[in-house]
Ligand binder design. Structure first.
Ligand code: SF4
Length: 65
């Protein structure tokens, strides 16, 4: 699965960080950092993160488990 976050849309609500903390996090400058190619064990959490993002900034592509 591939993840792409539209940084022009993302408003650092951090809902994705709560939904998938192994994939999304905030760095010391409160910038979003994420694993763009997480393993299939993260599919469900990433799907949840994409759903809860208030501005639909998370795009998911590729195979989902
Ligand atoms: S939930 Fe959406 S807006 Fe918030 S940090 Fe994650 S991608 Fe950005």
């Amino acid at each position: 699965m591939k993840i792409d976050v539209d940084r022009t849309t993302c408003e650092i609500h951090a809902q994705c960080v709560f939904a998938a903390p192994d994939v999304f996090s905030l760095d010391e400058d409160d910038e979003l950092v994420y694993d763009a190619d997480p393993g299939p064990e993260h599919d469900e959490a990433v799907r949840s993160a994409a759903l809860v993002c208030p501005v639909q900034a998370i795009r998911v592509s590729g195979d989902l488990a």
